[in-house]
Design a protein around this ligand. Structure first.
Ligand SMILES: *Cc1c(COP(=O)(O)O)cnc(C)c1O
Length: 407
């Protein structure tokens, strides 16, 4: 395979100029938001061709985030499962402990270039809020994080972190006072201040150009894997399988993108199976169950919906995968069969955390543990000269209060 030389490469599975991945994606937003999205798209198109901008991104990846993240051969896990060789791409080693910082750094640099003064974000569990507050501090932006009152209570430590980083956390008191209401509140905030505010999205979803832009900033993950694997296994060696968990889809598409045009590499996204994938409200498998097309939060994709088209409640033990929608490029990659989507349950994820901690001294985030859980099923069916790379999207420090209850 040819390893891409820049983050901003194209594949045969890319969007058209309006951000359509096949029938998915696009822009379904109030008229008022179109100028702001046009401005963002123009700035992004210009920046990604500017060598100064590209160098700024790469410098911060190296010196602020600490990239490249390690590609680690999990020798004891491999031996225990008794099949393919397992490598862990350890995004948990990044500054702030997960892959989210990659697209936050990229977007903050873009906001700076656009002369914005303030970053706006919504957050559910608080991980995206903390990553946004981090880059706001680093770049000297004001930062407003919208968060449902219920979530603020449940995720008090992350609220504390955001405040410590200098962000203002706005308690959202409407509706169920959770993520959906926080999104509405954040968009209102943006519509009221399009001149000075930059809306920083936390996954590869939302209206065009966010899915493409977030993916591009995350593509570094797969580019590094391609190079690191050749160093470890020899020139020209390809992984047989790449496996990543899929919430909105940013860490998975970041891992897959550099390999999309390499058909020998099998790509697997793992969704949250929760407690029961057959009962609505008990899981978050948008693709591994029966996909339902819809338009929600500005983009067309598959969403978990009831028979009236209302977005359904979801459940996962991991906050990052507990979401009813999925980024439009994943919907497309599913529809054309380039990526396979599987699920892992809450219990399997807990077991994967335990196993990886005990055998490798690496405590993965509960989200990432879903990908590892699937690999624990897959690897024993493969032969020892096959190679599986699993993306450890984050480290498990943030999950200690949950793990304490179960393990
Ligand atoms: C937020 C998060 C996820 C899910 O988000 P994606 O956009 O699907 O990557 C996965 N893992 C970790 C550690 C997270 O913090």
């Amino acid at each position: 395979m040819k390893i891409p030389k820049t983050l901003f490469f194209k594949t045969q599975f890319d969007a058209d100029k309006q951000g359509h991945f096949g029938e998915f994606g696009g822009r379904y937003v109030p008229e008022m938001l179109i100028p702001a999205l046009d401005e963002l798209n123009a700035a992004y198109e210009e920046a990604k061709h500017d060598s100064v901008f590209i160098q700024q991104v790469l410098d911060l990846y190296k010196h602020y985030i600490g990239r490249p993240s390690a590609l680690y051969f999990a020798e004891r896990l491999t031996a225990k499962l008794g099949g393919a060789k397992i490598y862990l791409k350890n995004e948990g080693l990044n500054h702030t402990g997960a892959h989210k910082i990659n697209h936050c750094v990229g977007q903050a640099l873009l906001a700076q270039r656009m002369n914005k003064k303030r970053l706006i974000a919504e957050t559910g569990a608080g991980q995206h809020g903390v990553a946004t507050a981090t880059v706001a501090a680093k770049f000297g932006f004001a930062c407003t994080v919208h968060m449902g009152e219920v979530d603020m209570e449940r995720q008090a430590p992350n609220v504390q972190l955001m405040k410590q980083l200098g962000a203002e956390v706005i308690p959202v008191k409407e509706g169920n006072r959770t993520l959906k209401d926080a999104v509405t509140s954040a968009i209102q905030d943006w519509m009221g201040d399009p001149e000075d505010a930059y809306y920083l999205l936390g996954s590869a979803l939302g209206p065009h150009p966010y899915p493409t832009m977030v993916r591009d900033f995350q593509s570094i993950i797969g580019m590094e894997i391609a190079e690191q694997l050749q160093e470890r296994e020899g020139v020209g060696v390809l992984p047989n399988y790449l496996v990543a968990c899929v919430g909105g889809g940013s860490n998975a598409i970041g891992m897959f993108n550099a390999f999309l045009d390499v058909p020998e590499v099998q790509l697997i996204g793992v969704e949250a199976g929760g407690t029961d994938i057959y009962t609505p409200g008990q899981h978050a498998t948008r693709l591994a169950s029966t996909p339902q097309l819809g338009v929600v939060e500005g983009y067309k994709s598959y969403f978990l919906q009831d028979e009236h088209g209302n977005v359904e409640a979801t459940h996962s033990i991991s906050a990052g995968l507990d979401y009813a929608g999925i980024g439009p490029q994943h919907a497309y990659l599913h529809s054309v069969g380039r990526v396979r989507y599987e699920s892992a349950s809450d219990n399997e994820a807990l077991n994967a955390v335990k196993t990886t901690s005990h055998l490798e001294g690496i405590i993965p985030a509960l989200e990432s543990a879903h990908a590892i859980a699937y690999v624990m099923r897959l690897a024993p069916t493969l032969v020892p000269d096959e190679i599986v790379v699993v993306n450890v999207s984050g480290r498990g420090d943030k999950d200690q209060h949950i793990l304490k209850q179960y393990l």
